[in-house]
Design a protein around this ligand. Structure first.
Ligand SMILES: Nc1ncnc2c1ncn2[C@@H]1O[C@H](COP(=O)(O)OP(=O)(O)OP(=O)(O)O)[C@@H](O)[C@H]1O
Ligand SMILES: [Mg+2]
Length: 369
């Protein structure tokens, strides 16, 4: 990528026979916040550790600001780091913890005090500057770590699930503060989470990883709306999956779900390439299904409501279809909702159906059709 601030290419890490990172390329622009998202064990922390210099890669290169990181120890990289487990200095006050990196960089006196206080206020610890870490909760320690990493305005900020020990409300507040501070200071950031909602909310781009590989890197809307792989679609937001066959025809691609519904997708500008005839998988998001009185012009699935789960504005219907398969649909809570046991009809617009074809290659799975 031209103008990339961080450029990692072909990164491989093996632990014995196991490939923790299997050829990862990642470019991050200056001032950008990129999230690494993926299931436990996919290699997120390993990638951060390689970038930070704590883990030597078996292959591949990394540059930051055009400078190769080869042979540069962690302490020579001017990166800020916040880890999964808090790493605060127990013998120093909160303020001294946060001041540490500034002192090491020759910032002194009133300037240092002002920056430390501003960073502490950002993470809502302004009143606890004099405390020692043993008198802090886990979430407070995590926030000391955050303030300490950001206050030095690092060349690169690496955050590994920095909010994992916080309660739900504080998590949302803190992620907003991180984002505001990151933008204001223009700090290039790589942020690890396995919380898809957090990734959607905070990122300029999301990099979805699986088994040591990066599957897709794109802005949140694109990862969500135009997932490149079935795995990505499923990981971001969850989908209902249907086996189907595709038959190209003069008017477009005819799709027939094994569950019954059929529809035709016109060949539009937003559909990449020609789709080959044959088996496909169709993904429908819960929110793309609408209750209707009876099957009509739109493709429609019918099933029995097994369970209703109220979620505030929306209610999740868990249904069993004629085939015995189950699926979920999220419908507005306000409307008259079907009772458990009732048979309902759910229609969807063909545009909302995502098609995936079998994917050849090292990652077993399905790729966007
Ligand atoms: N030092 C090590 N020795 C052997 N295997 C390791 C080592 N460090 C990591 N691994 C393995 O490499 C894989 C990737 O680990 P990593 O910590 O990067 O995952 P992660 O994506 O951060 O997961 P989580 O979301 O659980 O933090 C895992 O299978 C892990 O067991
Ligand atoms: Mg990890």
């Amino acid at each position: 990528m031209t103008g990339a601030h961080l450029e990692a290419s072909g990164i491989k890490v093996r632990f014995g026979d196991f490939a923790a990172l299997d050829g990862v390329d990642l470019s991050v622009r200056r001032g950008e916040l990129v999230t690494l998202l993926g299931p436990s064990g996919c290699g997120k922390t390993t990638l951060l550790r390689v970038i930070a210099g704590f883990q030597q890669q078996g292959a591949g290169h990394i540059t930051v600001g055009g400078r190769s990181l080869d042979g540069i120890p962690p302490e020579g990289r001017n990166f800020g780091m916040v880890f999964q487990s808090y790493a605060v200095f127990p013998h120093m006050s909160v303020a001294d913890n946060v001041a540490y990196g500034l002192t090491a960089r020759g910032v002194r006196g009133a300037d240092r005090a002002r920056r430390v206080q501003a960073a502490l206020e950002r993470v809502q610890l302004g009143a606890l500057a004099a405390r020692h870490p043993e008198a802090l909760s886990g979430g407070q320690k995590q926030r000391v770590g955050l303030a300490r990493a950001m206050v030095i305005e690092p060349d690169l900020l690496l955050m590994d699930e920095p909010l994992s020990n916080l309660d739900a409300l504080l998590r949302i507040e803190m992620r907003r503060e991180i984002r505001l501070m990151q933008r204001e200071l223009g700090i290039t950031t790589i942020y690890v989470t396995h919380d898809q909602e957090e990734a959607l909310a905070i990122s300029d781009r999301i990099a979805v990883m699986r088994q040591g590989k990066l599957l897709q890197i794109a802005p949140p809307e694109e990862v969500f709306e135009a997932s490149a792989h079935a795995f990505v679609a499923d990981f971001i937001g969850g989908c209902n999956w249907f086996d189907a066959t595709l038959a190209p025809g003069p008017d477009g691609d005819a799709v027939a779900l094994a569950e019954g519904p059929r529809f035709v997708l016109p060949r539009g500008k937003d559909r990449p390439g020609d789709r080959p005839a044959g088996p496909v998988r169709v993904a429908l998001r819960n929110e793309d299904l609408r209750l209707c009185d009876a099957p009509g012009a739109l493709p429609c699935l019918s099933g029995q409501v097994l369970m209703r789960a109220y979620m505030g504005h929306r209610t999740r219907l868990h249904l069993r279809l004629a085939s015995g398969a189950t699926m979920d649909a999220d419908v507005p809570s306000g409307a008259a909702l079907p009772a458990e046991g009732e048979v309902v009809h759910l229609e969807f617009h063909p545009d909302r159906a995502r098609l995936f074809t079998r994917e050849a290659g090292p990652v077993d799975g399905w790729r966007i059709a």
